[in-house]
Write a protein that binds this ligand. Structure first.
Ligand code: PEP
Ligand code: MN
Length: 344
C-alpha cells in the first residue's frame, strides 16, 4: 500500500502517519517528492482494511494498493526514473548514457592498467573487472581475489574511473566494499536472497544482473530484496537468458529493457558481451540496446583477447571498442542522451 500525503503536509504529521503504519506491523519507506510525500507500507496485505482506515488521518490524501508483487521497484511507488550515483561524478539513469568497460577478470597489473587507460580515453565512465569469478568449473581460474581488488583500486587511482566488481558471497562484502565503488551481483547469484539482503544493508550502489533463467518479475523481486533493506541504488542489467538457441552463448532479451523501463523506475543497462558470447555480435547488440532505451552498457574489453584468462571470445580488442564507441555516438544522440567524449 502507498499512503499519499497532501501537498504541504507538515513533517510532524508525516511522522505520525509513519508511526501509525508501523504500529499496524508494517515496515515503512518514505519518499519525499517535490510536491508530495508518499509512504510505502510493506508487509502482509491481508490486513489492508486497517491501512485503509488511515484515510481518516489529517493530511492523508489517499491510500492506494501497489498491485505489482514488487513494490519499491515499481513505477506506482516512484514515477520518476531513478538516478544511481557511482563514485563522485557518474550517475546511471539520467541524461548521460553510461558505458562500463573492462576485462572479464583482472589478470595482472599491466593488463588492468592498459585496459583502464584505453577504455577511459574512448569514453567509458566506469571500469569493470572480476576479482572473484563465478566459474562453471572449479578447475577454471577463480580470480585474483584481494590482489585483483587492489589492482582495480590502482587503476582507479590512475584513471579516475570508479570501479564495479562482483561479490560472490556475504563473507567478502567488507573486503569488496573497501575497494569498490559499485557491487556487482552476477547472474548466478540473482536469487541468492541472503546475499541480496546483505548488499541491501550496504552503502554502495548495486549492479544486479539478470539470471539466465530469471523471469522479469523474478528479476524485479530480486531488486526488491535490495531496496527493502534500505539500499535504493540498484541498477538492473540484462545479460541474456537461456533459450533453445545455441548460436549465441545466451539469448539477449532486448524486449526486457522496454518491459523493465515501463514497470520500474530503476536504471537498466545491457551487457551484450555475456548476452552473445561472441565479440562480432557485441557492437550491433550494443547499438540495438541503445535504441531499445537502455541507460548504459557493460562491455568486456581486453588488450589481447586471444590470451584472456576468461571470456576471450566475447571480449573486444581496444581498436574494436573504439569502433563501438564511434558507432554508438549517433544512437545515443538519437536517444537524446549524452556520451562522454573520446580523447584525442
Ligand atoms: C561478469 O559480468 O563478469 C559475469 C560473470 O557475468 P554474468 O554474471 O552475467 O554471467
Ligand atoms: Mn565475463
Amino acid at each position: 500500500m502507498i499512503v499519499v500525503m497532501e501537498p504541504g503536509a507538515p513533517e510532524k504529521q508525516i511522522d505520525t502517519v509513519v508511526r501509525r503504519i508501523e504500529e499496524l506491523g508494517y515496515r515503512t519507506h518514505v519518499l519525499r517528492g517535490v510536491e508530495k510525500t508518499v509512504i510505502a507500507a510493506l508487509g502482509d496485505e491481508r490486513e489492508k482494511m486497517r491501512l485503509q482506515a488511515l484515510r481518516s488521518l489529517e493530511y492523508v490524501e489517499d491510500v492506494v494498493p501497489i498491485l505489482k508483487p514488487h513494490k519499491l521497484a515499481s513505477r506506482t511507488w516512484k514515477k520518476e526514473s531513478s538516478l544511481v550515483p557511482v563514485g563522485p561524478d557518474v550517475a546511471i539513469g539520467g541524461p548521460e548514457f553510461v558505458v562500463i568497460a573492462g576485462p572479464c577478470s583482472v589478470e595482472s597489473e599491466p593488463q588492468i592498467m592498459e585496459t583502464a587507460t584505453v577504455v577511459k580515453s574512448m569514453g567509458a565512465r566506469i571500469l569493470r573487472g572480476g576479482a572473484f569469478k563465478p566459474r562453471t568449473s572449479p578447475y577454471a581460474f577463480q580470480g585474483l581475489e584481494e590482489e585483483g581488488l587492489r589492482l582495480l583500486a590502482k587503476a582507479r587511482e590512475q584513471t579516475g574511473l570508479p570501479i564495479v566488481t562482483e561479490l560472490l558471497n556475504p563473507y567478502h562484502l567488507e573486503q569488496v566494499a573497501e575497494y569498490a565503488d559499485m557491487i556487482q551481483i552476477g547472474a548466478r547469484n540473482v536469487q541468492n536472497f541472503a546475499l541480496l539482503k546483505e548488499v541491501g544493508r550496504a552503502k554502495l550502489p548495486v549492479l544486479l544482473k539478470r539470471g539466465m533463467s530469471t523471469t522479469i518479475d523474478e528479476f524485479l523481486m530480486s531488486a526488491e530484496y535490495v531496496l527493502s533493506e534500505g539500499n535504493a541504488n540498484v541498477v538492473l542489467c540484462e545479460r541474456g537468458i537461456r533459450t533453445f538457441e545455441t548460436a549465441t552463448r545466451n539469448t539477449l532479451d532486448l524486449a526486457a529493457v522496454c518491459v523493465l523501463k515501463r514497470h520500474t523506475h530503476l536504471p537498466v543497462i545491457v551487457d551484450p558481451s555475456h548476452g552473445t558470447g561472441n565479440w562480432q555480435y557485441v557492437t550491433p547488440m550494443a547499438l540495438a540496446a541503445t535504441g531499445a532505451g537502455a541507460d548504459g552498457l557493460m562491455i568486456e574489453v581486453h588488450p589481447d583477447p586471444t590470451v584472456a584468462w576468461s571470456d576471450g571470445p566475447q571480449s573486444l580488442r581496444p581498436d574494436k571498442f573504439r569502433e563501438l564507441m564511434q558507432k554508438l555516438r549517433p544512437f545515443v544522440a538519437a536517444a537524446e542522451r549524452t556520451l562522454a567524449p573520446m580523447e584525442g
